[in-house]
Design a protein around this ligand. Structure first.
Ligand code: BEZ
Length: 211
């Protein structure tokens, strides 16, 4: 069954390039980014895995643990890791799950038979510290993901988890935000001491509160 926002992220134990990993234990009290790849030794996946490795520090800064998955076996992942380091300039530095029996792929509905009945699509699940799914994204095999966008949405998810705000179109960390309509002007005075600009009663813009 498809996983929806707010669902608990299904737990599992799997073999990875960094040994056996139990998802919920691995994530601990932090955030997680679980992402699937269609296949080892494929060009787009090679660039994606390299980019996640190169930019792992930016996920660490946000207390987000990376974990990838593809349906190829562990010995294949280990051989492919050499190509990733050679061509992308950074060695794998997060676990890549070997899922030849498709246990994780099925648990997270990562195989979309009308796209391809054996390979996983490019799924993304952002998991919060409460182990609930905060974001899902699905890309086809032909389109690589954008690490900047993943970091951007994580910034939004983490900000909006802590403040009564929402982030507008094309928002980036540091930009102004929107006071959620559920907050009255009276309550907003205490929560947003920097003030706000009311464009409409439902559209109130305020500086990012944690900056
Ligand atoms: C790729 O990663 O390049 C890829 C994987 C599966 C199908 C097509 C492309």
């Amino acid at each position: 069954m498809a996983i929806r926002l707010g669902d608990e992220a299904p737990d599992f134990t799997a073999e990875t390039t960094e040994g056996t990993v139990a998802l919920h234990d691995y994530l601990g009290d932090g955030w997680g980014l679980l992402f699937s790849h269609p296949k080892d030794f494929t060009p787009v996946c090679t660039t994606e895995l390299g980019a996640f490795a190169t930019r792992k520090g930016e996920f660490d800064q946000r207390n987000v643990k990376l974990i990838g998955v593809s349906v190829d076996p562990l010995d294949s992942h280990k051989k492919w890791a050499g190509d990733i380091e050679e061509t992308q300039g950074t060695a794998l530095n997060y676990p890549l799950i070997a899922d030849p029996e498709r246990k994780v792929a099925d648990l997270y509905d990562m195989i979309h038979p009308n796209a391809n009945d054996t390979l996983t699509v490019r799924s993304v699940f952002v998991i919060g510290p409460d182990k609930k799914v905060k974001l899902t994204l699905t890309y086809p095999a032909s389109t690589g993901r954008n690490v900047d966008e993943l970091l951007r949405v994580i910034d939004s998810l983490q900000l909006t988890a802590g403040y009564s705000v929402a982030t507008p179109v094309n928002w980036n960390d540091g930009d102004d935000v929107i006071i959620v309509p559920a907050i009255s002007d009276e309550d907003a005075k205490a929560k947003f001491p920097k003030g706000w600009n009311t464009l409409k009663p439902y559209l109130r813009i305020t500086p990012q509160p944690n900056k």
